[in-house]
Design a protein around this ligand. Structure first.
Ligand SMILES: Cc1cc2nc3c(=O)[nH]c(=O)nc-3n(C[C@H](O)[C@H](O)[C@H](O)COP(=O)(O)O)c2cc1C
Length: 202
């Protein structure tokens, strides 16, 4: 069975983005195993002089490396991804490369109408940076708007059209993972490029 990591892109205790990932974990249990990972307790990225990445980040990196893909759930603050997610991604690209060529599906929930569309766009751009270089599923935004009203008491999505869209996108993501496996010609080269890349060597 496919194994995915669901990265909860927030440090908020009450998060509809976390709820969405929890729903996906339950709803897609027959199609994939989704392990949710929290980043809320990671230290803020601080570019340590000894280049030592915290143990808890290394543990997350290991899980990502072993997974078939990553689903990132992001809220939107001031048209951006939350600082805590930005920080986690900086750690995950600091001399380690767990995201390289990793298939990624992006989801986002917001209280308003636009459902984190701008944060999702920004996240795509970040994930394309030289030391992250994830393979993000194209043309596939899953935006959950009015997220406070979107779930019932059991944590299930209420709106059938929304569920249908999520089902379709998740099926596409499973296929995308298989297609991405075949895109292997340049993989070794890209890995070397990322390893040799250094923002700080002048
Ligand atoms: C400081 C701040 C800025 C926000 N900016 C946006 C925004 O730019 N776009 C948006 O759709 N929602 C915005 N929101 C509302 C969020 O969608 C909502 O608070 C929530 O974070 C949704 O995710 P969550 O339930 O996972 O926390 C903002 C909320 C805060 C507290």
């Amino acid at each position: 069975m496919l194994k995915f990591i669901g990265l909860v892109g927030t440090n908020s205790k009450q998060s509809t983005n976390r709820k969405l990932l929890q729903y996906m974990q339950k709803h897609f249990a027959q199609k994939a195993e989704i392990e949710l990972i929290e980043i809320k307790d990671l230290p803020l990225f601080n570019k340590p002089a000894d280049k030592q990445v915290p143990l808890e980040v290394l543990e997350i990196a290991e899980k990502i490396e072993a997974a078939d893909g990553v689903i990132i759930g992001t809220p939107e603050y001031d048209h951006s991804i939350p600082a805590v997610l930005m920080s986690a991604l900086a750690w995950l690209s600091y001399g380690i490369y767990p995201m390289l060529n990793k298939p990624v599906m992006i989801t986002g929930a917001s209280y308003g109408t636009l459902g984190s569309s701008r944060a999702q766009l920004q996240l795509r751009q970040i994930l394309d940076s030289p030391e992250l270089k994830a393979t993000v599923m194209p043309g596939s935004e899953f935006l959950l708007s009015h997220s406070l009203q979107a779930f019932n008491q059991d944590g299930d999505l209420i709106d059938l059209d929304t569920i249908q869209k999520l089902d379709a996108l998740f099926d596409d993501f499973r296929l995308f993972v298989k297609i991405t496996e075949k895109l292997s010609s340049a993989q070794e080269l890209l890995h070397k490029e990322a390893e040799n890349f250094d923002w700080e060597s002048l």
